[in-house]
Design a protein around this ligand. Structure first.
Ligand code: GLA
Length: 387
């Protein structure tokens, strides 16, 4: 992989000077969905699939970008002084957004650079290809310009690029886990204060299988921002009586006692999901620590049901993948992962049943939806690296 990107760089931009290769992972969230902008917990892990970059500093202010995933777009040029969102510029808004966020923060990025990217995570599929490019670009900048910035800060700047430059009001989960990922561990993160711990995921007899609906979608045109606004509104209604800063502070009982304060039926459902999902995430981490994998599976299924019925972010493609998964031998648990509205689902499956699982779910999905799903048996990997 590394060679492929390196050779492309040399072909496009020449062999001279100091050229370096970098990698940042994609991510999958095991549980804790739509909780990260509600002050709740999340439980994602970094993947060994991710984004590669080969880069070299320049002496002028020019930026030259190329992605092997978007060959038809060719080399896209800009400068470090022209950092404004432009829909037409397609994928380079993510790296440009990151450069913008870092410059805004006062980091001294005084020359341009040439860079070639190659992602092995499918684009726009809910495995955080965009956060991967953002954090990777930040990591490249840290190295090229010798910047004193830690990985938590890089994650926050990635989120800022997404919120303020690209215009998606995402939470901190994706950038955080990508920046801080650790092999064979999931990250139990409290998004209220960014305290986190690594929880080993010791699956001896099981595998994590990601199922891609292959339904095209983009977060920007999804209902993501709408859900976030609904939760904020519900919080305000609860705050008329409760002294809380976020929905993540509530237990299920406290929510039930006070839910009458939320006047709208849909808002009540959205807030219920945020509260219950946060508690499920806390329970899931406990279950995993005690090696109660079946219990983790049950919580994953409850998470999907809540995302389908109360948060209403699944859709027939994701529901079909999860329903069909739950019919298979060797299934421990399955749920949608990421923002929803298409994208991917994640399942835990007994290792010796994975082959049949993929065959059967794949066939049922094709029969019901009309096109193929994709499947990836994944490993949990480390955060950004120079390779
Ligand atoms: C997207 C966002 C995250 C998070 C998830 C839903 O991946 O980028 O911040 O909100 O959706 O859990």
């Amino acid at each position: 992989m590394k060679e492929k990107v390196y050779l492309k760089f040399e072909e496009l931009f020449g062999k001279e000077g100091e050229i370096k290769t970098y990698f940042a992972p994609g991510r999958v969230n095991l549980i804790g969905e739509h909780t990260d902008y509600n002050g709740g917990h999340v439980f994602p892990c970094a993947l060994t699939m991710g984004t590669y970059a080969v880069a070299r500093k320049r002496n002028d202010n020019k930026l030259r970008f190329y992605s092997i995933n978007f060959e038809k777009l060719g080399v896209l040029e800009s400068t470090i002084d022209e950092l404004k969102y432009n829909k037409e510029e397609n994928w380079i808004n993510y790296p440009k957004g990151m450069i913008w966020a870092m410059k805004e923060e006062g980091f001294n990025i005084n020359t341009g650079f040439d860079i070639v990217y190659y992602g092995t995570i499918p684009n726009g599929a809910g495995l955080s290809s965009s956060a991967s490019i953002e954090v990777l670009t930040g990591f490249v900048l840290k190295d090229l310009f010798n910047l004193n910035v830690d990985m938590v800060k890089l994650a926050l700047l990635g989120q800022k690029a997404e919120n303020k430059y690209v215009g998606v009001n995402c939470g901190i989960m994706d950038q955080f886990v990508i920046a801080n990922g650790k092999k064979d561990c999931a990250i139990f993160l409290d998004t209220a204060n960014l305290e986190f711990e690594y929880a080993p995921v010791k699956l001896k007899e099981e595998k994590i299988v990601i199922m891609n609906t292959n339904k095209k979608r983009g977060l920007g045109d999804s209902k993501y921002n709408e859900r976030r606004a609904e939760c904020e509104e519900a919080l305000k209604e609860l705050q008329t009586k409760l002294n809380i800063k976020s929905l993540g502070e509530l237990t299920e009982e406290e929510f039930e006692k006070n839910k009458h304060l939320i006047k709208d039926k849909n808002r009540k459902k959205r807030a219920k999901h945020a509260v219950y999902e946060n508690q499920r995430t806390i329970k899931a981490v406990e279950a995993l620590k005690e090696n109660k994998i079946e219990e983790l599976g049950k919580l994953m299924i409850a998470s999907h049901n809540s995302l389908r019925d109360d948060y209403e972010v699944t859709g027939k493609e994701l529901d079909t993948l999860v329903d069909e998964s739950l019919k298979q031998e060797g299934i421990i648990g399955a749920r949608m992962t990421g923002a929803g509205f298409g994208g991917c689902a994640v399942s835990i499956v007994k290792s010796d049943k994975v082959e049949n699982f993929i065959k059967n779910v794949g066939k049922a999905y094709k029969d019901k939806i009309g096109y193929e799903a994709s499947f990836y048996t994944v490993e949990i990997g480390d955060g950004p690296q120079i390779i």
